[in-house]
Design a protein around this ligand. Structure first.
Ligand code: NAD
Ligand code: MG
Length: 393
């Protein structure tokens, strides 16, 4: 059986994208890079293109097109610009699998396009499922596309489910490290700065997901992601804080048996598993040593302090376009926090306000998601600039 795969990495210059390239570099007999895309880190994108010699490169920021085009002139590499081009390139015959590693709503269009074209998806871009989980999973079913989770918790669940296809899940436990502010109260959190929030104890990731991890919004987004990936009801998804990030998540079956997947925190493992499933590829990733972790600990999530997690559960329960509102408001909130325009707790206030005010649609289609996303961003930006956010305590 020919298992060699031609890979397109959407978001190759990011944390997930560069680690996917590490996996490919170590396994050139199994994977070839067909497409690379980036947003504005042009020098890294050019460097990656020269090393991996893909068929096509797309730079999302159109103002950087000429720079990339000129730098790659001596090479036999096609260069395009803009997010529409990423969605177009997704349909290339020569692509077997797309690694969806763009951050945020910006990754939705290209992921949908790749699914429509029947490409297998290794999904890192959780926001895609948060915004339009029903649409994405329905389209995937219609087109015979498997969505392989890259997110470590969802990869863990997926690994626990191997060989269990006919056995119903009773519930799942998504583990969370708790982030840099675990154990802190709201009085402390109201004054924290981005430099503190960007220091994740266990994982090195892009800025947006690192802030989401500090505010527990990341876990909220992952609850919604899990619902769609594994077809679960809200009540079947629990979150447990596990500060060591060794157990990556747990499945509980109807006989009470629980399966957990564990290992040192290293995103290359779930990335590689998504790319090589159902096979496992021998790796030299660091191995876990029990003696270095004599205690693995667990505690409940503090949803009074970290309200984002409750907001995500509420949005999921309400359904319709609520998770799309939650996501758009959160993207604006994180961006504003990173630009020192709002405080840490105001991120949650903004999301809550948008969930209360934006028009609810119970059965949204693609156009509704596009409009909801647009409208929420405008309203959220207005709320920030008019300082209408109550200072949160
Ligand atoms: P990142 O910020 O490091 O990288 C994002 C990538 O997307 C970059 O290549 C960037 O150029 C591209 N991009 C950004 N905005 C874009 C736009 N408007 N149009 C086109 N491309 C754009 O982020 P990351 O940490 O690699 O995360 C990527 C996705 O994977 C996120 O959805 C995140 O939640 C998810 N994820 C990441 C990790 C991790 O360890 N980093 C773990 C689990 C899930
Ligand atoms: Mg995760």
């Amino acid at each position: 059986m020919n298992t060699h795969k031609n890979i397109a990495i959407f978001g190759s210059t990011g944390s997930i994208g560069t680690q996917a390239l590490d996996v490919i570099r170590a396994n050139t007999d199994k994977f070839t890079v067909e497409v690379l895309t980036g947003n504005d880190n042009v020098d890294l994108l050019i460097k990656q293109a020269i090393e991996f010699n893909p068929n096509t490169v797309v730079i999302a920021d159109e103002s950087k097109y000429l720079y990339v085009k000129q730098a790659l002139q001596p090479y036999d590499i096609k260069v395009y610009a803009g997010n529409k081009s990423i969605a177009e390139v997704a349909k290339m015959d020569s692509i077997d699998m797309v690694i969806a590693a763009i951050v945020g709503y910006a990754g939705l269009e290209s992921t949908l396009s790749a699914i429509e074209a029947g490409k297998q998806i290794a999904l890192a871009n959780k926001e895609t499922l948060v915004v339009a989980g029903d649409l994405v999973t329905t389209l995937a079913k219609e087109n015979g596309v498997n969505i392989y989770p890259v997110d470590s918790e969802h990869s863990a669940i997926f690994q626990c489910l191997a060989g269990e296809f006919h056995n119903p899940i009773e519930k799942i436990y998504l583990t969370a490290s708790g982030g840099p502010f675990r154990g802190k109260n709201r009085d402390f959190l109201k004054d924290v700065k981005k430099e503190q929030a960007l220091k994740h104890p266990n994982w090195e990731m892009g800025a947006k997901i690192t802030i989401d991890s500090a505010s527990l919004m990341n876990k909220g987004l992952e609850v919604i992601e899990a619902k769609w990936l594994f077809g679960l009801a809200v009540e079947q998804i629990d979150v447990i804080i596990h500060p060591q990030s060794i157990i990556h998540s747990i499945v509980q079956f109807t006989d009470g048996s629980m399966k957990a997947q564990m290992g040192l925190p290293d995103m290359k493992l779930p990335i590689q598993y998504a790319m090589s499933y159902p096979q496992r590829i021998k790796s030299d990733f660091s191995r876990f040593n029990f003696m270095n972790y004599p205690q693995l600990t667990f505690e409940p999530a503090d949803t009074n302090t970290f309200r984002n997690l409750s907001l995500a559960y509420e949005a999921l329960k309400k359904g319709g376009n609520s998770p799309c509102i939650l996501n758009a408001a959160n993207e604006i909130a994180v961006d504003a926090f990173l630009k020192d325009k709002i405080g840490f707790l105001q991120m949650g206030d903004l999301v809550e306000k948008c969930l209360q005010t934006i028009h609810f649609i119970s059965k949204p289609g693609y156009e509704d998601y596009i409009n909801t996303n647009k409208e929420t961003r405008i309203v959220a930006a207005e709320l920030i600039s008019s300082s209408m956010l109550i200072k949160s305590i």
